[in-house]
Design a protein around this ligand. Structure first.
Ligand code: CO
Length: 286
């Protein structure tokens, strides 16, 4: 075997997203942060929201706190109004991304700004290393036109939100876990390969169609609504679409390997820090 050859990632485990509700009663699919897949260091949670029934999303996410991690909202369809207790506000439109570093704490709301039609997208929670958990809050609000779209000739289209695909780098910057976040669209039967830094945790979530992931000998078919957790060895993932148009997100990041103390919207390293977070929130220090 050639020691310099690129090694391919394989699918280590697969899970199906679980229906649940959160906020003031928004229906969603919990992919990471569920019983069978509690977390995937450094990723704490992945929710998919997708409904054209207003009753599933209208209640939204009224004021709630976050401390110690980052929330990443990627809107595929619909409009969501964001506002926080420090005077920041903005409208997340179809195709936009908000990478919010909550740091030491914010209180914010995320409310639909539409009364009907399709609302679809993802929210990912990314842990912060211990040294950054009490940092100042920071927003990266990224309009759709700032997300590069790489059009490959062979029926592959890749939106580069964070990290690199080929020579293209995504607009998200300065994130501790050095993330990769790609939205991949494949024509039936189309193939692509993505580079993933060796040792980083990585997953693919299929949200349309189905795809075979991994080297041909051991490829696994992942259907819509399933997440594939990849093994940590290798620098490349091979993706082949099934016989229908296929879309998936491919996400990777450096694992933190630090203790996690988690209570709802607070994610710290020790139980004492959780008690402190609750106390700070209740006394209005966020
Ligand atoms: Co929130």
């Amino acid at each position: 075997m050639n020691a310099t050859a690129t090694t391919s990632r394989r699918v280590a485990r697969t899970f199906r997203g679980q229906p649940t509700s959160d906020g003031a009663g928004v229906k969603l699919t919990r992919v990471i942060g569920q019983r069978d897949l509690d977390m995937l260091d450094p990723f704490l949670l992945l929710d998919e929201f997708r409904s054209d029934q207003a009753g599933d999303y209208l209640a939204g996410f009224p004021n709630h706190p976050h401390r110690g991690f980052e929330t990443v909202t990627y809107m595929l369809a619909g409009r969501m109004r964001h506002g926080d207790n420090q005077g920041n506000s903005g409208l997340l439109t179809s195709g936009s991304v908000q990478w919010m570093t909550a740091g030491r704490g914010i209180v914010h709301s995320e409310m639909p700004e539409q009364e009907n039609g399709l609302m679809a997208g993802f929210q990912l929670w990314v842990n912060l290393p211990a040294k950054d958990k009490m940092s100042a809050p920071r927003y990266q609000d990224i309009a759709p036109e700032r997300i590069p779209v790489v059009d490959a000739a062979d029926g592959v289209r890749v939106r580069v939100i964070a990290g690199r695909y080929g020579e293209t780098t995504g607009p998200v910057s300065g994130i501790a876990i050095d993330p990769l976040y790609l939205d991949v669209e494949l024509a039936p039967g189309a193939r692509m390969a993505a580079t993933i830094p060796s040792g980083h945790s990585a997953f693919a979530y299929v949200y349309e169609g189905a795809a075979d992931l991994g080297p041909a000998e051991t490829a696994q078919r992942i259907a819509r609504g399933e997440i594939a957790v990849l093994d940590r060895i290798g620098e490349e993932l091979l993706v082949t679409a099934g016989d229908a148009p296929t879309r998936l997100i491919l996400v990777a990041g450096r694992p933190l390997n630090e203790p996690v103390a988690r209570y709802g919207p607070f994610v710290m390293n020790t139980p004492e820090q959780i008690v402190e977070a609750i106390r700070d929130y209740q006394s209005g220090k966020f």
